[in-house]
Write a protein that binds this ligand. Structure first.
Ligand code: 6R9
Length: 692
């Protein structure tokens, strides 16, 4: 095809020297691509022609500069933002090598700016005041609202003034427990405007999880709403907050103000439980404040937000992102990975309670002056055609979602997709877990009518923004591959010893050298930051993911290699689930592993040993699962509880999860060597109880 030749030709005319970048060695050989032709899916000529990065050649040129001259590359980009004062010191400073002392990453230090100003005021000044910033689509079809940039600015200022009034200052934490109402990004932006540090807790977390986060970051105020409807269910968020605040006060952290938005469509004020001396209705106070609010100018390295994520121990980690680098990085990745143009209508289905909602619902789109859709409801309510209904309604051009949603919609009739035109779509995106080729093809062929490139973006809470991602106009795609690193990202694959491996290989995915959006520390625990991420392979940031690289240099993520499971794109630590299970008085011990799940990607499989003499029962099984729902949230509930008279342990007492994973996936002939177990007979006992 002409397309194909065009790509190969452009690769052949690459500037000499690009071949020095190891992961690009393979792709510069045009013939390598030729043999893979059947697996390659090319963007159309029309698409590439209009794209920001129209060819591999252009990518290589930009990528090469970003690696050879990161300071120059990123300061050119950063200069298009508003800085009250330009960074006077270095553009970046890094030490990613624990052997050489503390890990310290800084970008644009000394630069004074404000991300809220760049999201709103700058766009209003540029004449975008009347452009729609957010289209809000409620749970019920037909219930919707919009905010223009100027309206959003006014709303943000009112809340910012209120927060200042109740004593929230620069550097103070604000915990936010809200569903996908426009008040959620409004709150994030209001915090940013006054230099407060927001910590959004996904509104699916339980009271105990919320309390744990409140105790950790000790916020000045908690912001929530009374209830939300998701699908046909009403969830009483305020009750959950009430319970969390009782619990946090028992741990010595009491909250003076709980600002509560009345979400009338879900629940009336009158039915909401209220604590007069602490609770304040949003609608009673916020509208009274002025719609302008001076910006608190902050250093590029001042914290912007805290977001808790799961690790391999029971205690969630407070990932800290700072202002300047995060701003530059989220805006730039958004622009290039989605080939964003001012005429686009963008919809990301993620909740702002996760990093995807932070970087690619709130900050990335607004920094680009984009119009974005925010959806409150469930993607299959009132029926599995809802997403495409929304796409048609708002003429969405860029649709960014998770493989778990694609797989779940795939199970319903294609008719739900075909019923809608979807003509407006031009770019699709995927995030959260590897997208399996069959889901990729369904998404590409059916949803995108075989014309929309899919940006399969690999990244993490810790990375702030995209790390490995297609640039839709540049690369021929391979279904299931996240393709190549973004500008400035030196993705490497290392072996167990931490030695970089080149060419076609698989191993641990690490990043050499920092990028602007990198997290700077774990809140209150810099040592854990260094130990978890920089000690496993000194000199590198370790992602926790496995990855292979094919002969053309394409990257294929293979999932977590640590004790983290990825359920519907949500990160859950096995240790967190285990600790919730063992807190049940009749549970003696628990071991949790991930197991393949058709829709969720991974399901949670729990082996449970009961206290001596306690019999197995359905009721107990339910009680155990309820403990997990209560302590973490419904999304972490085990799919299976497998009764275990004993767990396979080494003589030193370490649980051999490898064996448990095989039993969980019923690969019983692949158990491997069990002779090193303290008691090999537990394996047979477990197998016997597999379906009890
Ligand atoms: C953005 C986000 C991070 C983990 C990450 C990896 C998995 C995310 C992926 C992907 C393969 C992709 N992951 N995107 N795996 N392909 N496109 O999801 O952040 O919640 O911190 O999860 O998710 O395992 O390590 P977070």
């Amino acid at each position: 095809t002409t397309n194909h030749l065009r790509h190969v030709e452009s690769m052949a005319t690459m500037p000499s020297g690009a071949g020095n970048i190891p992961h690009l060695n393979a792709i510069v050989l045009g013939e390598a691509l030729a043999c893979e032709e059947n697996d390659l899916i090319f963007p159309s000529d029309d698409f590439s022609r209009q794209a920001h990065v129209p060819s591999p050649l252009k990518y290589l040129e930009m990528y090469k500069r970003s690696i050879e001259d990161p300071a120059g590359f990123w300061s050119d980009i950063a200069s298009s933002f508003y800085w009250k004062q330009k960074w006077d010191q270095q553009v970046y400073l890094e030490n990613l090598d624990v052997r050489k002392g503390d890990i310290r990453i800084e970008w644009f230090k000394g630069g004074i700016t404000n991300i809220c100003y760049n999201c709103l005021d700058s766009n209003v000044e540029a004449g975008l005041g009347d452009k729609i910033a957010f289209y809000w689509e409620g749970n019920e079809p037909g219930v919707d609202a919009t905010l223009t940039y100027i309206q959003l600015l006014h709303n943000v200022c009112q809340l910012a003034n209120y927060l200042k009034d109740i004593g929230v200052k620069k550097g103070d934490a604000v915990v936010v427990y809200l569903p996908m109402l426009m008040e959620l990004p409004i709150t994030m932006l209001a915090c940013a405007r006054i230099g407060a540090v927001h910590s959004v807790v996904f509104a699916g977390f339980s009271a105990e999880s919320l309390a744990q986060r409140i105790v950790d970051c000790k916020p000045k105020v908690v912001i929530t709403c009374n209830a939300v409807k998701r699908g046909s269910k009403v969830i009483h968020l305020k009750d959950i907050v009430d319970a969390a605040l009782i619990e946090s006060s028992q741990s010595g952290v009491s909250i003076d103000v709980c600002l509560t938005y009345e979400n009338q469509l879900a629940m009336k004020k009158e039915s909401t439980k209220w604590k007069e001396e602490r609770d304040v209705w949003w609608q009673d106070v916020i509208p009274k404040y002025p719609t302008t609010c001076a910006v608190e100018w902050v250093d590029a390295e001042d914290p912007l937000f805290l977001l808790y994520t799961s690790g391999s121990t029971g205690k969630p980690k407070g990932v800290v992102h700072t202002t300047g680098g995060y701003m530059v990085y989220t805006a730039t990745t958004f622009k290039y990975a989605f080939d964003y143009k001012p005429s686009d209508i963008y919809w990301c289905t993620a909740d702002c309670g996760w990093i995807t909602g932070h970087s690619y619902v709130t900050y990335g789109p607004l920094l680009n002056g984009a119009s974005a859709v925010i959806f409150e409801g469930a993607p299959n309510y009132p029926n599995p055609g809802r997403c495409w209904d929304i796409v048609d309604k708002y003429q969405v051009t860029i649709f960014y979602t998770a493989p778990t949603l694609v797989r779940s919609l795939m199970r319903d009739s294609d008719e739900y997709v075909m019923r809608y035109s979807r003509k407006s779509l031009r770019v699709l995106g995927s995030v959260g877990e590897p997208i399996n080729p069959s889901a990729w093809r369904w998404f590409f062929n059916l949803v995108g009518d075989s014309k929309c490139p899919i940006s399969d973006t690999w990244w993490q809470t810790e990375t702030g923004g995209f790390m490995i991602t297609p640039l839709p106009g540049a690369w021929p795609q391979k279904p299931g591959s996240a393709t190549f690193p973004f500008f400035g990202v030196q993705a490497v694959i290392v072996d167990e010893k931490g030695v970089e491996i080149e060419g076609e290989c698989s191993g641990y995915l690490c990043i050499k050298s920092s990028w602007p959006g990198a997290f700077r520390t774990l809140y209150g625990d810099h040592e854990r930051y260094e130990t978890t991420y920089f000690k496993p392979f000194p000199g590198y940031y370790f992602s926790g993911d496995g990855c292979s690289r094919d002969k053309d240099g394409y990257h294929w993520l293979t999932g977590r290699v640590d004790d983290v499971i990825n359920v519907s794109g949500h990160r859950i630590g096995t240790a967190e689930v285990e600790s919730a299970l063992v807190s049940h008085p009749q549970c003696a011990e628990a071991a949790v592993v991930g197991v393949e799940h058709e829709v969720k990607g991974q399901g949670i499989y729990a082996f449970v040993t009961l206290v001596e003499g306690v019999p197995y029962s359905e009721e107990l099984r339910k009680g155990l699962i309820l403990n997990v729902r209560k302590q973490i949230g419904a999304f972490a509930a085990p799919d299976k509880v497998h009764w275990a008279p004993g767990l396979p342990k080494t003589r030193s007492g370490k649980i051999m999860r490898r064996i448990l994973r095989k039993i969980a996936s019923r690969q019983l002939d692949e158990l491997g060597d069990t002779s090193t177990l303290a008691d090999p007979s537990v394996v047979d006992q477990l197998i016997a109880l597999a379906d009890v």
